[in-house]
Write a protein that binds this ligand. Structure first.
Ligand SMILES: Cc1ncc(COP(=O)(O)O)c(C=O)c1O
Length: 376
């Protein structure tokens, strides 16, 4: 059988979570919260279950949900938008990204992204017959704009950015955007796919969204995930925002990929959005980050800056010279903590001897994990 994705296997997230289970280890690998969801969300869910919300939702999404997202975007970024023609509800950010790539990228074209990069970008590029151009970030894990400028070619159809960034926890700043704006001014044919699933999880500095970049919005697709924002990763629901002309094309793919997204989840979130303030999310995770970092002070790990997301990178060179994969295996088997080796996010598994911990966990889990990690 000729595989269309010969290099795709079981993801490291599945592998590490299984290893954590097999060895009774604390799982700081996969990025999902282990604390209960907001009781308010559950009570809305219970109420909505009894309503008439169980048949196919409209293809672009529940109109009330679209409207409420539009208001959220206006409130957060002061961006006026037309929810019925510029927002699409998707089956998680993964589907939003897949549909966007399929809609615009064709055989023979190129898509540029920065490594380390999240794992759901490359497969849809390959499936569309295009070439992923994976360029390394700088030593401080920020996009290297000089390399980007060198690698843009007439074949470039799309550039993917992820901000706040998984796995590095870094965020883009004003100067990053001015460079990007200069670059894209010359190439209005390039589509910018901005993965902003952690848009509401930043700490000391505010998140700069493409929603607030007037020079970029008209050629951009912005992707977000309710899974991350409301601690409900299993619901697999998110949205994308794009100008009307781009969204029309994405809808053509979405229509035949999923047609529409889980109607109950949409109805619940439409209501829930009226009761919550997403501005609380950053401080909530900042407390967790600070707690984890403080607990880890006594350890031999060197913690890198974490400016957003719920990830913390760590260097382990004081403990071991092993590759990051081997180190993570021994961490789970011998010391009872699961983490993610960073090389899985890099082209050709380039090993920077860094590992990623997820701190979206209850305090007891973080404390137990840190206690084990400090003993190494
Ligand atoms: C950077 C990034 N993009 C996209 C996704 C996928 O989000 P979803 O679960 O909503 O499909 C994730 C999930 O971990 C992520 O970290």
């Amino acid at each position: 059988m000729r595989s269309k994705l010969p290099n795709v296997g079981t993801t490291i997230f599945t592998t590490m979570s299984k290893m954590a289970l097999d060895h009774g280890a604390i799982n700081l690998s996969q990025g999902f919260p282990n604390f209960p969801v907001d009781p308010k969300l559950i009570s809305i869910l219970e109420k909505k279950t009894l309503e008439n919300v169980h048949q196919y939702a409209p293809m672009p999404g529940n109109p009330e949900l679209l409207e409420n997202i539009g208001q959220l975007i206006y409130k957060t970024y002061n961006r006026n938008n037309n929810p019925s023609s510029e927002i699409l509800i998707c089956a998680g950010a993964t589907e939003a990204i897949f549909a966007s790539i399929q809609a615009f990228v064709s055989s023979g074209e190129e898509v540029i992204m920065f490594d380390p990069s999240y794992d759901c970008y490359e497969p849809p590029i390959i499936l569309s017959g295009a070439k992923p151009i994976r360029i390394p970030m700088t030593d401080t894990l920020k996009p290297d704009w000089n390399i980007l400028k060198d690698r843009i070619s007439p074949k470039t159809r799309m550039i993917i950015i992820n901000n706040p960034h998984n796995p590095s926890g870094r965020i883009l700043e004003e100067e990053d955007f001015s460079i990007l704006e200069d670059v894209l001014k010359e190439r209005p044919d390039i589509i910018l796919l901005s993965d902003e699933v952690y848009e509401f999880i930043t700490f000391e500095k505010k998140h700069i969204s493409i929603n607030s970049r007037k020079n970029l919005v008209n050629q951009s697709v912005i992707v977000s995930s309710f899974g991350k924002t409301f601690h409900i990763t299993g619901w697999k629901i998110g949205y994308l925002i794009a100008p009307d002309s781009l969204l029309k094309e994405i809808k053509k793919v979405h229509q035949f990929l999923v047609f529409s997204v889980n109607s109950l989840a949409q109805a619940v979130i439409a209501e829930y959005l009226k009761h919550i303030d997403v501005a609380d999310l950053g401080p909530f995770y900042m407390k967790k980050r600070d707690h984890f970092r403080k607990l880890m002070q006594e350890s031999k790990f060197e913690l890198l800056p974490s400016e957003g997301t719920y990830f913390q990178l760590a260097k382990y060179n004081e403990i071991s010279n092993a590759s990051d994969v081997v180190f993570c295996e021994s961490l789970v088997k011998e010391f009872g903590v699961a983490a993610i080796p960073l090389s899985v996010f890099n082209k050709d598994s380039k090993d920077l001897k860094l590992i990623r911990f997820c701190f979206a966990k209850d305090n007891t889990t973080l404390e137990l994990a840190a206690e084990k990690l400090c003993k190494i």
